[in-house]
Write a protein of this length. Sequence first.
Length: 698
Amino acid sequence: MEVWPGEPHPLGAHFDGEGTNVACFAEHATRVELCLFDDDGRETRVALPEVTAHCWHGYLPAVRPGQRYGFRVHGPFEPTAGQRHVPAKLLLDPYARAIDGDVRWDAAVYAYRFGDPATDLSYDDADSAPFVPKAVVVDPRFDWAGDRLLRTPWPDTVIYEVHVKGFTVTHPRVPPEQRGTFAGLSSPAAIDHLLGLGVTAVELLPIHHLVHDHRLVERGLRNYWGYDSIGFFAPYAGYSASGTRGAQVAEFKAMVRALHAAGIEVILDVVYNHTAEGSELGPTLAFRGLDNVAYYRLAPDDPRSYVDYTGCGNSLNMRHPHVLQLIMDSLRYWVTEMHVDGFRFDLAATLARELHEVDRLAAFFDVIQQDPVVSRVKLIAEPWDIGEGGYQVGNFPPLWSEWNGKYRDAMRDFWRGEENRLAEFASRLTGSSDLYQTDGRKPYNSINFPTAHDGFTLADLVAYDEKHNEANGEENRDGESHNRSWNCGVEGPTDDPAVQALRARQQRNLLATLFLSQGVPMLLGGDEIGRSQQGNNNAYCQDNGLSWFDWTDREASAALLAFVRRLVALRKAHPVLRRQRWFRGGSDVRWFNPNAEPMTDEQWQTGFAKALTVYLNGAAIPSRGPRGEPILDDSFLLVFNAHAEPIDFRLPGGALAARWAFVLSTAAPDRAEGAAQYAPEETVRVEGRSVLVLRRAA
């Protein structure tokens, strides 16, 4: 096959309308072969003829979109020095825009004689090509029809965390051929649900091409969540509706275009901290065979093994310029070519480790800060990893928002009745200024959530004291054991109407608190319809009805869904609930005990205190509108009672004397707004474990 010198940039395989330029970084290679596969799996090998600054490259005028390809890399095989080049192993292009197929687990996918862990020092020359996925050359053309990033302001953002497949795979109003796909997520039925909720962004669990690892496949399970990426530019082919080779790229773009047309942003959960190749005992699929020393953090005193801050066997080497380039090229690609609106970085503390400790001034943050594309989209950190010192909530740079794990923990503890939680509850409710204010960040840098994909769903949080992960096949050893959950008196399903009523109210309490809190609310997809995983708090491998949405019993979920819609609408209608600046204290926010007396320092520290009234002054919002206009709103009383028994709350008098109109109550979810009014200093009974919201009427 004819091959010309080509160019070293851009990396990957790029069709320009006449032919395809191929470029691949492999610093320690002595030879790189491009391997082309026809529809019958026959292979043609072409040596890339040029190498420039460790990038091997060539131009092939005969290669067109749809062509499957991979690399074979020749070079040293010295595992004790970190070198693991084995040309018998077909390697994926790290810059592949599309990937075809999944790993078929055979001994040939390992670079050593598989079976005895000690043999990772051995050399295996079995051809892996029949058993591994192939990269696909794609046609980059797509009609975006004028689509642009939405750039919804952070204070106005409501995030919905959702799995592409699980959301629609059983939805009766989604066409069968689209269920569980990118097309299903952007179908009219799916968009109607999102618009009905009022969310402004979907945060998609990983959609990069992934690997279903060997141990799961042996147990008849799959990598459902997708946190084992192998292609940082390629949408997962399993979410394609057509199944046509490479079609997933255009289908992903069509999904984004449709969601944008509905006013919904797309945020990707991205996993740049590790890859699916795992430890030194893992398969050789891409990075390991291309340049193991460059791509991975190797143990300084034993380059045979990997530094593992992720619990997944390896950590990407963020100190290497080509690894940083790979990640930045990937991020820019998803923004400029795929039109995504932001990213949530899995185990982001790993990305900040320059040497060992998490470094807030790490090169990764520096390059993002100065990047004119990536710095302008939504950036969300999962601010922890499993390494020493990895819990970094509140410590990311000013450009970043964070999953606020302390918010989750505080709200769970407060509503399950733990003592000595009132002060932290108040701090988290008002945006966690103790975490974000001192470094110039704003309330919206706190991504608030009571539940997320990792852990109990909301329905399970109030129905289980203990995890029940037996279906994962690990004897219930996996998953978090300290969940801050409460089963309301009975473990798991029950027919007891009192327990059922309490669980329903506890769900409403957590949801009401979420949407009344300053910061950005994130709703776990399915919590609005009471989705349960039967007590499984680590359903990462459950690609089945345990994880999927159940759309069959609409009547049972209708009341909760209506309540969530009501909460989102309330938040959207009132800027005092989504302030852009911190409370200063005094006139803009005030705190009262149930007797309408200002909270004292001693009362904040009273262990048994679980009740509070919060006054929000809608006339004291310091921010201004886009044209400099004052932002004025109604004033509110937020009344929280986490005690088991009802409490009589007196409404404020003096300077705050006013009539107060009923807005909503978690104890009476069907009661209409405006159904009652209360006089100044009137006593109002608030049911045990409930929230009452009142709006100033006059």
